[in-house]
Design a protein around this ligand. Structure first.
Ligand SMILES: NC(=O)c1ccc[n+]([C@@H]2O[C@H](COP(=O)([O-])OP(=O)(O)OC[C@H]3O[C@@H](n4cnc5c(N)ncnc54)[C@H](OP(=O)(O)O)[C@@H]3O)[C@@H](O)[C@H]2O)c1
Length: 240
């Protein structure tokens, strides 16, 4: 049986992806900060699961805990890094920016690096990272979020180049959702929400990307058209 870890499995896209992987015979490691949610999810999955409370912002601890989880699971074939936050911040408040950067940049990189090193040593593996359509736009309201997702996309592409150049059998998938109905979007201005998917549909697409070893997917697929249009625009017009 293959083994997968989902970072940020307590809600939304991560939770649904964890369920989808379990349905498809993966042994799944579930992580997040809300332990009650992890236990609840573990109970609802009939196949073997492992849980570990990991706060990705506490990077040193998170690195050790992820290594521990991989050991307890007896190995790792796939990691899906879903953890992420958005903090609207017109006031340019440092605490909010710091929280976003800690979670979406430092936490993401810490988890991606542990998995990368493990996969390099065993010469196989698959890293899936949740970026966003926000990675190709700019916003005054969620500036740090957009910038953090640009980092995620860029970092994943760099890892892919590294693995390709060193002939490693490691795949990297970049996921760019537009709008997905989850806890994250609960506070969104609904007048701006369009082409929204459910978290279940997002998980189905992510699973399809895993089995087909896709490099990049848009959730839902039609966001690819908008991405193409946005990328044609001059920078000053790429405002969210
Ligand atoms: N929903 C959308 O429209 C949308 C669009 C584009 C991109 N995305 C991206 O998709 C990913 C999943 O988002 P979602 O929509 O499913 O949101 P969500 O329902 O709010 O889930 C976010 C997940 O991240 C985890 N998380 C947050 N901070 C964490 C921390 N410090 N340590 C560990 N885990 C942490 C949460 O777990 P705990 O709180 O239990 O720790 C939760 O499991 C995010 O990276 C997001 O940026 C979402």
């Amino acid at each position: 049986m293959k083994r997968a870890i989902v970072i940020g499995a307590t809600s939304g896209i991560g939770k649904e992806t964890a369920k989808k992987l379990a349905e498809n015979d993966y042994i799944v490691g579930l992580t997040g900060r809300r332990e009650d949610r992890l236990m609840e999810l573990q109970k609802s999955i009939i196949t073997k699961t492992f849980i570990k409370r990991i706060d990705v912002c506490r990077t040193d601890d998170a690195i050790e805990l992820l290594k521990e989880l991989i050991f307890e699971m007896g190995g790792l074939d796939l990691i899906v890094i879903c953890s992420g936050i958005v903090r609207p911040n017109y006031e340019v408040n440092w605490d909010k920016e710091k929280e976003t950067i800690n979670t979406n940049v430092l936490g993401f990189t810490a988890m991606a690096d542990v998995a990368s090193q493990y996969f390099i040593n065993q010469n196989h593996g698959h890293i899936v990272g949740l970026s966003s359509m926000s990675s190709i736009t700019y916003s005054d309201r969620t500036n740090a979020y957009c910038a953090s997702k640009a980092f995620v996309s860029s970092y994943l592409r760099g890892l892919r180049i590294l693995f390709n150049k060193s002939n490693k059998n490691i795949y990297v998938t970049e996921v760019l959702p537009g709008w997905v109905y989850t806890e994250m979007t609960q506070s969104a201005d609904m007048s701006k929400v369009f082409w929204a998917s459910t978290a279940t549909n997002a998980a189905d697409q992510i699973y399809d990307a895993i089995i087909n070893k896709k490099k990049k997917i848009y959730v839902s697929r039609r966001w690819r058209i908008l991405a193409w249009c946005i990328n044609m625009l001059p920078e000053g017009l790429r405002v969210k």
